[in-house]
Ligand binder design. Structure first.
Ligand code: FRU
Length: 508
C-alpha cells in the first residue's frame, strides 16, 4: 500500500493546532532559553537532518509535541539563514504508517541529504516489533512525502536485536551512498529498560547503496567488546582534517556520554581503525550530536542539551516536563582535529552577532580573601571570556560563582592542584543536584582561558582551546544573577576578562 499523504497531512495538522494553542503560554516561562534553539511546545531530543538546502540551514529534531515527556516521536523542523536565528516550520514528519510506529515509538533519529534537487530524509521507523530505516523526500524543503519503497532497510544483520537498529546517517562518497546505524546484539533497552546497562555489545553497521533504496550490508565499522558501549546511538562518520571521525552516543558507558574515535577508514573492508578516543563534551546534558558540513566547508555539530533516564545521574524526572516542554540544543559548534588526534570545538563565529553591553576588566590580582565581582549582561544571558596567568598563580583553585543569590549558586571550579574542572550544580535548584568533574589540561600550562555561555537554563563551557567542553542545565531562579571569581589556597593573576550580554533570538 502506498503512502497516504492525506492522512499524514491530517496528523501534521493536529500537531500544528496543538502547538498554536499552547505556545504563547509556554513562551512566557522564565526558564525558556533566549538564544538556544527550543521547540515551541512539547518534548524535544536529538537534532538531526542538519543540512544546507537551497541556501538555508535546515534543522529537524526529535519531537513529542503533545506533552513535556518523551512519547510517540515526530520530526520538528526549523530553518535559518545564519545558524543562530531559527524560524519554526510546520512538523516535517508525523508517524502515520505501521512501519514508522504510528502506534508505537514513532519516527526516530535520522539524517538528510540532497539528491537531484530534492531534500531527502532518512529516519528510523520504530514499529511495534522492530526498528526499520525509511526515507522521505521534498522538493521545497517543507512538505515531505514518504517513499513507497519504505522501509528501505528492514532487517539488521544476523544476530542483531531488531529493536535496536537505528539512527541512519547517510552520506555520499564517489558514486556510492553509505549509511551508518547503531545496533546491539543484546537485549533491547526499549523492551527491558533495566537491562540496557548490562547486556549486549554495541556496534556501528555500515551499509551501502547505489540508488538510495536498495541497501547492502558492508561490515561493522566498529564492534564493542565492552569499552565502546552496549548500544551505539546516533553514529556519525566523516572525514576531518586528514582522518576519519566516528562520533556516537553510547549506552552503557556510565558517565561517558558522547564518544569520538579518530583514525583511518579502510573503504575496501568497511572497517574503521581508530587510534584515539575522547569525549565530545563532558557535561551532564549533552547527547546525540549530529555532524554536517556547510558550503564554506566548515565541520559543524549541534547536540541535544538534555539527558536520559538510563544515565546514572538522571532519575527520569525532568525539571520542566510538567510545564509542557523539555529540551534544547547547543549552539552550533565548529570542530577541528588536533595534531594528537583529539577533537576541539568552538561555537560558530555567527554567535558574536548576539553580543551587547561589552565590558572589559583590566588585568589584576585576585586575592583569596577578596572575591572579584563582575557583571555580564543581565547575569543570566551572557558570555564570559577570562584568562589567568598560571605562572603567577599560587591558588589551588580558581572558582567562578555563577547565577548566585542568597539561596542559590552554581560553581565552576578549576582545580589546578588536581588538574580538574568541576561543574557543581548542587545548589543550582536542579532535581538532579550533582557535581561533574573532568580532566583540565590547562592546569599544567602557563595560561588558563575559559569561555562560558549562559542562557536561562543552560551553561556551555569551553576551555583547553576547545578540547574540553561541558554542557549542563541548571534550573535556578531568574533572580539568581550574581557573578564572581574567587580563589582557594592562594592568589591568581587575571590576565583579562571580557563579558557580553547576549540578545534573545526568540521571535515574539
Ligand atoms: C538518542 C535516541 C536515538 C533515538 C531517539 C528516540 O537520544 O535514543 O537513538 O533514535 O533518541 O527519540
Amino acid at each position: 500500500m502506498g503512502f497516504n499523504a492525506k492522512w499524514h497531512q491530517e496528523k501534521i495538522q493536529r500537531v500544528e493546532e496543538y502547538v498554536a494553542q499552547h505556545k504563547a503560554e509556554i513562551a512566557q516561562h522564565p526558564w525558556r532559553e533566549n538564544y538556544h534553539f527550543q521547540t515551541p511546545v512539547g518534548w524535544m531530543n536529538d537534532p538531526h537532518g542538519l543540512i544546507q538546502f537551497q541556501g538555508k540551514f535546515h534543522l529537524f529534531y526529535q519531537h513529542h509535541p503533545f506533552s513535556g515527556k518523551w512519547g510517540t516521536m515526530h520530526w520538528g523542523h526549523a530553518i535559518s539563514k545564519d545558524l543562530i536565528h531559527w524560524e519554526h516550520q510546520p512538523e516535517a514528519l508525523a508517524p502515520s504508517e505501521d512501519y514508522d510506529g504510528w502506534e508505537g515509538g514513532g519516527i526516530f533519529t535520522g539524517s538528510a541529504i540532497e539528491h537531484q534537487n530534492e531534500l531527502i530524509l532518512y529516519y528510523t521507523g520504530c514499529a511495534k516489533d522492530r526498528q526499520v530505516q525509511c526515507m522521505a523526500s521534498s522538493t521545497d524543503g517543507l512538505n515531505f512525502i514518504k517513499s513507497d519503497h519504505n522501509p528501505v532497510l528492514s532487517d539488521p544483520p544476523a544476530g542483531i536485536n531488531p529493536h535496536d537498529f537505528r539512527d541512519p546517517k547517510v552520506w555520499k562518497q564517489g558514486d556510492i551512498w553509505y549509511m551508518v546505524t547503531g545496533v546491539t546484539d543484546g537485549v533491547s533497552d526499549l523492551i527491558e529498560p533495566s537491562n540496557s546497562q548490562k547486556n549486549g555489545l554495541g556496534k556501528v553497521c555500515l551499509h551501502r547503496s547505489k540508488n538510495l533504496k536498495n541497501w547492502e550490508f558492508v561490515n561493522y565499522l566498529v564492534e564493542s567488546s565492552g569499552e565502546l558501549g552496549t548500544m551505539l546511538e546516533c553514529p556519525n562518520f566523516f572525514p576531518l582534517d586528514g582522518k576519519w571521525v566516528l562520533m556516537y552516543s553510547p549506552m552503557g558507558l556510565q558517565e561517558r556520554q558522547v564518544v569520538y574515535l579518530t583514525g583511518d577508514f579502510d573503504e575496501q573492508t568497511g572497517k574503521f581503525h581508530w587510534q584515539t578516543m575522547g569525549s565530545v563534551d563532558l557535561g551532564f546534558d549533552y547527547y546525540a550530536p549530529q555532524h554536517f558540513r556547510d558550503d564554506q566547508g566548515r565541520n559543524l555539530i549541534m547536540a541535544w542539551v538534555g539527558s536520559w533516564p538510563f544515565m546514572p545521574w538522571c532519575r527520569g524526572e525532568y525539571d520542566t516536563s510538567e510545564l509542557g516542554w523539555y529540551g534544547s540544543l547547543t549552539l552550533p559548534r565548529q570542530i577541528r582535529l588536533c595534531p594528537d588526534g583529539k577533537l576541539a570545538s568552538e561555537p560558530v563565529q555567527e554567535v558574536e552577532q548576539l553580543r551587547e553591553q561589552e565590558q572589559y576588566y583590566a588585568p589584576c590580582v585576585i586575592e583569596e580573601a577578596t572575591p572579584f565581582s563582575f557583571t555580564a549582561g543581565d547575569g543570566v544571558h551572557c558570555e564570559i571570556i577570562a584568562s589567568f596567568d598560571l605562572s603567577e598563580t599560587s591558588a589551588q583553585q580558581i572558582v567562578f560563582r555563577l547565577r548566585g543569590s542568597a539561596e542559590q549558586e552554581t560553581k565552576l571550579e578549576f582545580d589546578l592542584a588536581k588538574g580538574e574542572m568541576i561543574f557543581d550544580r548542587t545548589r543550582s535548584g536542579n532535581i538532579s543536584a550533582l557535581q561533574r568533574k573532568c580532566p583540565l589540561e590547562s592546569a599544567s600550562q602557563p595560561q588558563l582561558t575559559v569561555r562560558i555561555f549562559m542562557d536561562s537554563i543552560s551553561i556551555e563551557v569551553f576551555t583547553d582551546n576547545g578540547r574540553t567542553t561541558m554542557t549542563n542545565n541548571i534550573f535556578s531562579n531568574p533572580e539568581s544573577n550574581e557573578l564572581s571569581i574567587s580563589t582557594v589556597g592562594g592568589r591568581t593573576r587575571l590576565l583579562g576578562l571580557r563579558t557580553f550580554g547576549l540578545k534573545s533570538t526568540v521571535i515574539a
